[in-house]
Design a protein around this ligand. Structure first.
Ligand SMILES: [Fe+2]
Length: 212
């Protein structure tokens, strides 16, 4: 569930506490998305299989480090704005509005198909957050644009594996990570969790895309 509106006691010079609170609320969900992405990238790093194992395994570590740095910068911006960054797994899971990454041990191309959708979700919502920041706080906007430059490059690294010589992406019509993994042309995949928790399935069954 998204958090309540923040109202800091102070914020950065030149910004009202009301607008500082708006930026804190925007960044709070971006922090959750980035922390979740960093965990997901490591999950894929550990569970990737097949002939492309080493290429994908090694490609994901620099992405993980960069995304952890983005989360750190986001959390510190929340603090500078007078807010409280929440970095624990419990708060992340209780406030996020997307499902856990759904692919377990699987072929490299299957994971890349699913990861393409993960990047699409986080990039779309980072762009929306940057647009909100544009009218209130150019410093926060600049931070998010800096993230987007790297996130969009990382998605290109992923998509280059999924694109044919005509420039068509295998995942174009996929609407879920499972569909994207299958469309990427794979063999066997194992779900991240064989049986979803009934509570979480009921709570978030309508949400198929992460990053919101
Ligand atoms: Fe490793």
């Amino acid at each position: 569930m998204p958090p309540q509106t923040s109202t800091p006691r102070y914020t950065v010079p030149g910004l009202s506490t009301k607008d500082g609170g708006r930026m804190i609320d925007v960044l709070r969900m971006r922090l959750h998305a980035l922390n979740d992405l960093a965990l997901t990238l490591k999950h894929i790093h550990w569970n990737v299989t097949g002939p492309h194992f080493i290429a994908v395994h090694e490609m994901l570590d620099p992405q993980t480090l960069a995304v952890r740095d983005m989360a750190d910068g986001t959390a510190e911006r929340i603090s500078a704005l007078g807010g409280v960054p929440h970095g624990t797994a419990g708060v992340l899971v209780s406030e996020r509005t997307w499902e856990d990454y759904s692919v377990g041990r699987a072929d490299a191309i299957a994971h890349l198909g699913a990861l393409d959708l993960v990047y699409t979700g986080i990039i779309e919502d980072h762009r929306k957050a940057a647009a909100k920041a544009a009218s209130l706080d150019p410093v926060t906007e600049d931070l998010l644009i800096e993230h987007l430059r790297s996130l969009e490059q990382f998605q290109w690294f992923v998509r280059a594996h999924l694109e044919n010589s005509a420039g068509v992406l295998a995942t174009t019509d996929a609407r879920s990570e499972k569909q994207a993994a299958a469309a990427a042309g794979t063999s066997r995949t194992i779900p991240a969790k064989q049986t979803a928790s009934p509570r979480r399935t009921a709570k978030k069954s309508a949400v198929t895309k992460r990053g919101k």
